[in-house]
Design a protein around this ligand. Structure first.
Ligand code: OOG
Ligand code: NI
Length: 452
């Protein structure tokens, strides 16, 4: 009997979460409808060019999720679950540093790492873990109570973990097991109806809304699910026209006439969702929380380390120069810097070693295809976290933060943490070697600085 393949499990998981989240957050369904309209229109007007960074089938099914977990143990469990879906940890993001308000988490993203797997279904999940040992946010007393609370909860049932391990070891599951795996995995990210302990939640919220969202409840949930669009400016305008309030900015690179790189993201504001609370006097009351939102993104070409350095500098320069400006002003400033620093063609991005491409031989000549950026951006992620917080929380900058880095993340996951630059570089290099062999030459253009 043939097994259900990891990519089929992954695609089904993304669909299943999407169905669940649509029931939980109806505005997400509106976002999907508008995304689909935008993508159909871009395809109709641009034809093949619309599919330069992925087939329309891939883009239509493409989602990223965001989840927030409570402990190293939960991280290592989720790594097993995602491995069953063919998703592996890539990259390290320190949101404690990137955000000005209190965001006491560090993160990685689970995603397919093989180009064939990405083409079949690129589902990725931005996964954050809270940092109770960081004294900028938590006192020793609160740290210990929070850790005790989190250690006592079970967010992923043993049956789910066993199925995940089997899927990873065998490279798939029988259809009956696949169904059970999907059911349990989806259910573990469903918003719980269990009453929230109001006093505990409020105590954590005074430190950080993110801390309360993670550590104030005994389960986890999807924070958002993000579709991909081919024209995010058009999407933004259409959502506002439908009366849905969007955050002020589209995060990331500006809209401009040259090649799209990295990632542009925006979201509608978190909506009040009904939740039940257990009050200090023991009574149970209905109220609401505003933590989950709808995000949308447009993906561009992956940048090399050199390209990325230009990007990072441009974002910092634009921020410094647009103090007091509105969203339109901020875009204008960034676009001006962009036009100065980034080339206007893909060929030049490749020649200057700023972007990643694959190479193949077409009609005896070298053909370049851009590699799509599959990861996230720390400044944007901080912006996304921040624009949806109800309060800034508190951060004592006089304290020294706990050192938590890539190695720490790899250690708690118990797995290799992949470096996104190395993944893109390897893909590019493999294609380059193959094309060179076909052309019978060894001096194809190389991407400067990529061979460390
Ligand atoms: C994750 C925020 C980061 C993105 O797209 O950059 C993120 C969160 O709010 O939990 O999802
Ligand atoms: Ni996101």
């Amino acid at each position: 009997m043939s097994l259900v393949q990891p990519w089929e499990l992954r695609a089904a998981f993304a669909r299943s979460l999407s169905g669940m989240y649509g029931h939980e957050v109806p505005a997400y369904t509106t976002l999907l409808d508008v995304s689909q309209e935008v993508n159909e229109d871009v395809l109709a007007t641009q034809g093949d060019a619309a599919e330069r960074l992925g087939s329309i089938a891939r883009v239509t099914a493409e989602r990223h999720g965001a989840i927030r977990l409570g402990s190293p143990a939960e991280m290592s469990q989720v790594a097993r679950i995602f491995a069953g879906f063919g998703m592996h940890p890539v990259g390290f993001y320190d949101l404690r540093e990137a955000a000005t308000s209190a965001v006491p988490v560090v993160s990685t993203a689970f995603r397919p790492i093989d180009s064939g797997e990405l083409a079949r279904n690129p589902f990725r999940v931005f996964t954050s873990v809270i940092t109770p040992s960081d004294r900028r946010f938590f006192s020793a007393d609160l740290q210990h109570r929070l850790e005790a609370f989190l250690d006592a909860r079970e967010v992923f049932p043993p049956e789910l973990l066993a199925l995940a391990d089997r899927a990873e070891a065998d490279g798939g599951l029988s259809s009956a097991e696949a169904e059970r795996f999907l059911q349990l995995a989806t259910a573990s990210f469903e918003l719980s109806t269990e009453p929230v302990d109001r006093a505990w939640y409020d105590e954590l919220e005074a430190v950080s809304a993110v801390a309360a969202d993670i550590g104030g409840v005994r389960s986890t949930h999807i924070n958002h699910l993000t579709p991909r669009v081919l024209d995010i400016d058009d999407l933004y305008a259409r959502m506002e026209a439908r009366g849905i309030t969007m955050i002020d900015d589209i995060q990331g690179p500006p809209k401009w006439e040259g090649p799209n790189v990295l990632l542009r993201q925006t979201s509608f504001r978190a909506l009040a969702e009904p939740r039940t609370f257990r009050m200090p006097d023991g009574s149970v009351q209905q109220n609401s929380l505003r933590v989950r939102f709808g995000e949308v993104e447009a993906r561009g070409i992956a940048l090399t380390r050199q390209g990325r350095a230009i990007y990072d500098a441009a974002i910092v320069a634009a921020r410094d120069r647009s103090v007091g400006a509105d969203a339109v002003g901020r875009q204008d400033v960034l676009r001006e810097i962009w036009r100065r620093d980034f080339p206007t063609t893909e060929a030049e991005l490749a020649e200057r070693g700023l972007g990643y491409f694959t190479y193949d031989v077409v009609d005896g000549g070298l053909n370049l295809t851009p590699i799509v950026y599959e990861d996230f951006l720390p400044a944007s992620a901080a912006g996304i976290f921040q624009s949806n917080l109800t309060s800034d929380g508190s951060k004592d900058v006089s304290q020294i933060g706990t050192e938590l880095d890539e190695d720490w993340m790899a250690g708690i996951l118990g797995r290799e943490l992949h470096d996104p630059f190395e993944l893109y570089a390897a893909q590019s290099e493999t294609s380059r070697v193959r094309a060179a062999a076909q052309l019978g030459t060894s001096d194809l253009i190389t991407t400067p600085g990529e061979h460390s």
